[in-house]
Design a protein around this ligand. Sequence first.
Ligand code: PBG
Length: 320
Amino acid sequence: MSAPELIRIVSRDSPMALAQVERVRAELAALHPGVRTEVVPVKTTGDKWLGDLSQVEGKGAFTKEVDAALLAGEADLAVHCLKDVPADRPLPAGTVFAAFLKRDDVRDALVHPGGLTLDELPPGTRIGTSSVRRIAQLAGSHPHLECVPFRGNANRRMEKMAAGEADALLLAVSGLQRIGRADVISEVLPTEVMVPPVGAGILVLQCREDDADLIDAVSGLGDPATHREATAERMLLHVLQGHCNSPIAGYARTERNGELSLRACVFTPDGKTVLNAHEWAGRLDPATLGTSVAVALLRQGARDLIDGIAHQSRDRSRPR
Ligand SMILES: NCc1[nH]cc(CCC(=O)O)c1CC(=O)O
């Protein structure tokens, strides 16, 4: 095996995505000082379409064009937020995950220009978020707050809030850190208050499955604990067949003794019903842990909750 001379890295072109690519380039440079890297930015449907994601291809809206560049040979390596890679279907044929980078902060943050915490926000405060997971949990814990649909990359959301379209935002801590804007955080929400989504804070590298030299070259960037957590969480979502409009939270942790645990919840949009499961791996491998927690939720009625929310397909007419 010989390390490639040049690695062309494809990613979305948002500030957050480009910052992620820079992390990958820095880690690659440290591991393989002789390898050159080049950035191939692409615009995805998810960045261009600011309506309801379920009306385009759901989560795949952020990955489709990136996958296409990889498969067409226009790039060799894709950097994704794992959270944005659909788990209800297999990866695009011909591609594989080559490394899961060490996990960043998994928590969500409240961004309130006045610096208030979630509990201090007055009734009627408008929270800009389109995430069903965040909306459901907020409706359950803080029903006096109002969620308003909000999309666009993190920088755009902050601009929209500054323009008066919302009073506060919920955004991932890791994302804000990546764009150098952790300064806007007024409160980091504990995972008990806002259970994270599957894949939170994880960057994953994807490449063509036949690119053995590249797989070999980037595998050293992978973090084994993150890989196990990601595997458990994604199997959970796969078994539940959760899609971009499913109010599902799932959070695997490697405990101090090295044992993996997986906590997951399924909500109704009003947050009034919360199904909860939390298991330790014991002798189970990560994927089996994910399956076990999913089955526990299905026994509690998760199927009805997930299917109770429309996942509109593209044959519906698209609003302008
Ligand atoms: N939906 C966009 C998206 N995809 C991944 C992250 C955050 C970073 C991560 O969890 O890896 C974000 C922004 C956000 O939710 O605030």
